[in-house]
Design a protein around this ligand. Structure first.
Ligand code: FAD
Length: 330
């Protein structure tokens, strides 16, 4: 449980280049961002596991998108600043290049996602939720126009409400459906360096590659975007490419060893717009999947919206953009 993409991700609590996404993604991200600090505090208190919410800010080197970013920030009441060479040097002294201008988003945080996931599992168990783990669903059970449960190798789990949230593998459960969700696996590889605390201070993003500092000095550098099906192997080519980029931008990393190299499969939906929806005609069947590069930041809002739909409550956001058959234009 919580071992796939959610474990493998970087934990940045913002879409990378948020202005490149539809407003529907920004709305989910904004709702989650306003909840994250409190969520992490309350998980730490209830479980004793610290998800390490870290408001480090994100420096984004994308000088030809400054106007687009400014327009997006104004539309969504977000704070972004321009940082010139001197400010960039102060914000992240370990960065070797000094761009004339960078976009500085001071309110972007990150979490230690493997710990966040562990804390969430622990927390729901403390609430008395019963979890059945290591039992893959092989088939959804449909009785006339209604879901009646799910079949696993160990037997049937009966329910009149089923939420499919199986990440990159979601399409496999809908193989014989007429309009399956368009979710595909997109591999991402990541390197972990073990440095001294404070070696890197900020999230820095450039050309879709980014660095994330953990509180204990560990530093993540990622990530690749590979359309290679369900292959989760790491490759020496990606290791070399990421290492070369990381040490060119942050020469201090040459002093430290690579502690780990891993790959995960992102659930890629068109335009990165997740499916959070009831099935259009099978009653009791729901989906919450396809969060692509942003499942950690979109998680709280998506889970809440999905619960609203299942329970028939007033939804936190208008659900139409995330519907099964909504347009997802790239
Ligand atoms: C390298 C990398 C970096 C990333 N960085 C970030 C980031 O910085 N910020 C961010 O917001 N997002 C990031 N992401 C994206 C984010 O991790 C994903 O969008 C998110 O974790 C998806 O969550 P999920 O629960 O849908 O999928 P997963 O975490 O993959 O979980 C799916 C679960 O379903 C289970 N499953 C599959 N099939 C079945 C079945 N038939 N029966 C039962 N269970 C099944 C799997 O075992 C797994 O436990 C990153 C992803 C990667 C790979």
């Amino acid at each position: 449980m919580a071992k796939e993409s959610t474990w493998a991700g970087g934990g940045i609590l913002s879409p990378l280049y948020p202005w490149r996404y539809h407003d529907s993604v920004t709305k989910l991200a904004s709702w989650s961002q306003s909840e994250y600090a409190d969520l992490c505090d309350s998980l730490k208190t209830s479980t004793n596991i610290d998800p390490e919410f870290s408001p480090s800010g994100m420096l984004c080197i994308a000088t030809d998108e400054i106007q687009t970013a400014a327009n997006w920030a104004e539309r969504h009441a977000k704070s972004i600043d321009l940082a010139g060479q001197d400010k960039v040097r102060i914000l992240e002294p370990a960065l070797a290049c000094s761009p004339d201008k960078a976009i500085w988003m001071s309110d972007i945080a990150h979490v230690r996602n493997p710990r966040l996931a562990r804390a969430l599992v622990e927390d729901i168990m403390l609430m008395g939720v019963s979890l059945t783990i290591n039992q893959p669903v092989v088939r959804l059970l449909i009785d006339h126009d209604k879901v009646s449960g799910a079949e696993t190798p160990n037997g049937v789990l009966e329910s009149d409400a089923v939420v499919v949230c199986t990440g990159a593998w979601t399409g496999q459960l809908f193989n014989d459906f007429t309009s399956p969700p368009a979710i595909r696996p997109v591999k991402g590889q990541m390197l972990l360096f073990k440095t001294n605390p404070g070696t890197i201070k900020r999230i820095v993003l450039e050309d879709n590659r980014y660095i994330i500092p953990r509180k204990d000095g560990r530093v993540l550098f990622g990530s690749t975007l590979e359309e290679v099906g369900f292959d989760k192997q790491t490759t020496s080519a990606a290791r070399e490419e990421l290492y070369t980029l990381a040490t060119a931008r942050f020469p201090v990393l040459k002093q430290y060893s690579i502690e780990k190299h891993w790959a995960g499969l992102r659930p890629g939906a068109p335009a990165g717009i997740p499916y959070i929806s009831a099935h259009p005609y099978l009653s009791g069947l729901y989906i919450n999947a396809g969060h692509f590069r942003n499942g950690v930041v979109l998680g709280p809002a998506s889970a809440r919206l999905c619960a609203d739909l299942v329970l028939g409550r007033k939804p936190i956001l208008p659900p139409e953009p995330y519907a099964w058959q909504a347009a997802r234009d790239e």
